[in-house]
Ligand binder design. Structure first.
Ligand SMILES: C[S@@+](CC[C@H](N)C(=O)[O-])C[C@H]1O[C@@H](n2cnc3c(N)ncnc32)[C@H](O)[C@@H]1O
Ligand code: SF4
Ligand code: SF4
Length: 402
């Protein structure tokens, strides 16, 4: 598959920066090996090995309202939750540091990935990266660029391993239309540019290779024909681009998921409804041409590498991806639930990347190591092993992403 070849070439390209942190390089390699090995043999549901990534949705708060977002987007599940409640749910930074220290004591060296909401709006995010780095756990973040410029020195010094800045268009007009503010006055395009400039300035001034800086571009109906321009306009500011075919669900699959989940686990899930979207790209040939062109540019000499996730570039594959929610493209088993944990802003730990309805326990009361192979976690893994994937799995980064 052309997309897969592109991914391997892109990994080779950023290799020099990757080996700056052997732990992260090893963890990425293990994840890739596990993806292949688990297709042949899944471990026992209560015997998952070392944790490869701790992913924390560290805050619900966000200053943007991006259309495609499952939380604050057009159908996002956080609308109407009182702001005070969002703050009250959050877990103190000290508790997270205790949890990381406990993981270290038990021989785990996971990557620490922070997202949200907007993770830079959580006060202790940079403290956490500093603590994680001291424990040999490489940090990464997906951010809309808020407070990145102000924290550039600490992020470079920590060091943060991977900074992924969301960039959805080549110009302020397109980007801000995809990523409007929560209030009236917002220019996130300017904010994210300032953050990237400042990180690069500090990195160069101090002769550092980290953090690797990636542009995360989520493809939608407003930007699907502007990807090449986005690449060209940001090629001097980032080390790599990730073009995301948006995760999405249709009404029919959402209903199927509700029934399937109730049957498996005895209660009704709700969070998947946030991913029902009307922002799918309208012309697959145009999208295909754009993706093939950015892929070509990404292979050239010192130009930023390109990753397309999931790795489809042909019009027929793209059409199937966006119109047939049930098609699996050969991805049959979820490896993520044996390699990663997902912690919600209130401390609930879930096996699932984007759909957190199933909770195995709360990290206020238990350590991650206590929950990792507990009865609830094993029950979930067992269900996937015997009953196969759930309807939402077909468009989840746990199955087809990273
Ligand atoms: C949910 S955000 C959280 C972190 C931060 N607030 C940000 O926007 O980068 C993480 C990434 O998911 C992307 N995203 C939003 N909606 C998506 C969708 N439907 N499918 C895939 N990625 C999506 C965002 O653009 C962003 O790059
Ligand atoms: S900035 Fe991130 S969390 Fe906020 S609305 Fe946009 S995608 Fe969602
Ligand atoms: S693919 Fe399915 S089981 Fe795996 S993380 Fe996603 S929703 Fe959960």
């Amino acid at each position: 598959m052309a997309g897969l070849r592109l991914q391997l070439a892109s990994i080779r390209k950023i290799g020099a920066r990757l080996i700056e942190n052997r732990q992260f390089a090893a963890s990425t390699a293990k994840m890739m090996i596990a993806r292949v090995a688990h297709q042949v043999h899944m471990p026992a549901p209560d015997r998952a090995g070392k944790i490869g990534q701790v992913s924390i949705r560290i805050t619900d708060h966000c200053n943007l309202r991006c259309h495609t977002c499952g939380q604050w987007g057009d159908n996002g599940y956080l609308h109407n939750v009182p702001i005070k409640e969002l703050s009250a749910r959050e877990i103190p930074t000290e508790r997270y540091i205790e949890l990381l220290t406990d993981l270290h004591k038990h021989g785990h060296r996971p990557g620490l990935y922070l997202w949200g909401g907007e993770p830079m709006l959580y006060k202790g995010s940079v403290d956490l990266f500093e603590a994680a780095a001291k424990l040999g756990m490489p940090g990464s973040i997906a951010t809309n660029g808020s407070r990145v410029a102000e924290n550039a020195e600490r992020l470079v010094e920590a060091p943060l391993f991977l900074l992924q800045a969301s960039i959805d268009g080549p110009t302020a007009e397109v980007h801000n239309a995809c990523r409007p503010g929560a209030g009236l006055r917002s220019d996130n395009f300017a904010v994210v540019n300032r953050g990237l400039d400042e990180i690069r300035r500090v990195r160069e001034e101090r002769g550092r290779k980290l953090p690797i800086v990636a542009a995360l571009c989520t493809i939608n109906n407003l930007n699907y024909d502007r990807l090449v321009e986005t690449y060209d306009n940001f090629r001097d500011k980032v080390d790599m681009f990730v073009f995301y075919l948006a995760w999405w669900i249709d009404d029919e699959s959402a209903d199927q998921h509700t029934e399937d989940f109730k049957h498996r686990f005895g209660f009704e899930p709700t969070l998947h409804k946030g991913w029902v979207g009307g922002w799918l790209p309208p012309d697959f040939k145009v999208l295909s041409d754009q993706l093939n062109e950015v892929a070509k540019r990404g292979l050239k000499g010192s130009e930023p590498a390109v990753f397309i996730v999931p790795p489809f570039t042909e019009p027929a594959d793209l059409e199937r991806y966006y119109t047939d929610h049930s098609s699996l493209f050969g991805f049959k088993k979820c490896v993520s639930i044996y390699r990663m944990v997902e912690i919600d802003s209130n401390g609930d730990m879930s096996p699932c990347r984007d759909y957190h309805d199933y909770v195995v326990g709360n990290v206020k009361d238990h350590t991650i190591t206590e929950l990792w192979n507990n009865a609830m976690y094993s029950k979930f893994r067992g269900s996937l092993k015997t009953d196969g994937l759930m309807p939402v799995c077909t468009r989840c980064c746990g199955l087809m992403g990273n």
